[in-house]
Design a protein around this ligand. Structure first.
Ligand SMILES: [Fe+2]
Ligand SMILES: [Fe+2]
Length: 273
């Protein structure tokens, strides 16, 4: 197995045809048999992989040039919003307001720090972000679709715990930051796999266009508070938990690598399914 194939398998699982801006091979390699995979793998973990005899280190969160092009994947919110009935022009203007500042902020980073260590040690190193989040989004959306609009928000939360060991094994809980567990579930959107959560403006757009329950994997408290003030009695925001939700998308990939005969060691937050 080579690093190109490691990336290709993730794209296949997510039905993506090109590598998104927030994912990249930072140091290529071949004849990979033992893989260290984690949600955050940086220079120290690359060195650890070398010391422990791994053939590749795979991070989930963006590193290297994937941080510079991260802003591009925020555009995925536009397609997700449009699919849920938000006018495309409105969706575009919401995303444009966050993606350009994000590009500028990310351009300030020392983007080559971690890849430079991988090159020095000749340790194959890649990060796969959006493809694995897309796998997780689809899995969670399938569960949400199965619950039915007449169920309660609590019914969705129970179904998520039921479906995914990652949520049962997490030290965090699935939280309802806006609305309440006894609210009617109504129309649900799992808003995930678009770089990061859309905060207040994206959730607001969903609520204003017929969505009753928005699922985020994380949400800043000030965004949640603002949404609570405006929609707390009528709508719901369910926050499933960052690391548990990332694990829901990463585990099918790990399983697939093992099916391909690789030895895979998950670290850095990945919860068992
Ligand atoms: Fe993720
Ligand atoms: Fe994440």
């Amino acid at each position: 197995m080579n690093t190109e194939q490691l990336m290709q398998i993730a794209l296949e699982l997510a039905d993506l045809h090109e590598v998104p801006g927030d994912s990249a091979v930072h140091q290529a390699g071949t004849e990979i048999k033992r893989v260290l995979i984690g949600i955050d793998l940086h220079s120290s973990e690359i060195a650890l992989a070398k010391v422990l005899g791994y053939d590749a280190a795979i991070a989930h969160h963006p590193v290297g040039v994937s941080t510079l092009d991260f802003h591009a994947v925020l555009g995925r919110h536009v397609d997700q919003m449009a699919a849920a009935g938000v006018p495309r022009d409105l969706a575009r203007s919401i995303v444009a307001k966050v993606s350009e500042p994000r590009r500028i902020l990310d351009s300030m980073s020392n983007y080559d720090h971690d890849p430079s260590i991988a090159r020095l040690l000749d340790m194959p190193y890649l990060n796969i972000h959006t493809p694995l989040d897309e796998v997780g989004r689809r899995r969670m959306a399938a569960v949400a679709d199965g619950v039915g609009e007449d169920a309660t928000v609590g019914g969705l939360v129970a179904a998520l715990y039921d479906a995914f060991g990652e949520f049962r094994h997490a030290a965090t809980r699935i939280e309802t930051l806006v609305g309440a567990l006894d609210h009617r579930l109504g129309r649900v959107v799992v808003s995930h796999a678009a770089g990061t959560n859309g905060g207040y403006p994206v959730a607001k757009a969903y609520f204003d266009h017929g969505v009753d329950t928005v699922v985020y994997i994380h949400c800043r408290p000030d965004d949640a508070e603002q949404l609570r003030g405006e929609y707390g009695t009528t709508k719901a925001l369910v926050v499933t938990g960052h690391i548990a939700s990332d694990s829901v998308g990463i585990n099918p990939y790990i399983e697939r690598l093992r099916d391909e005969g690789l030895e895979v060691t998950p670290i850095s937050g990945i919860l068992a399914p």
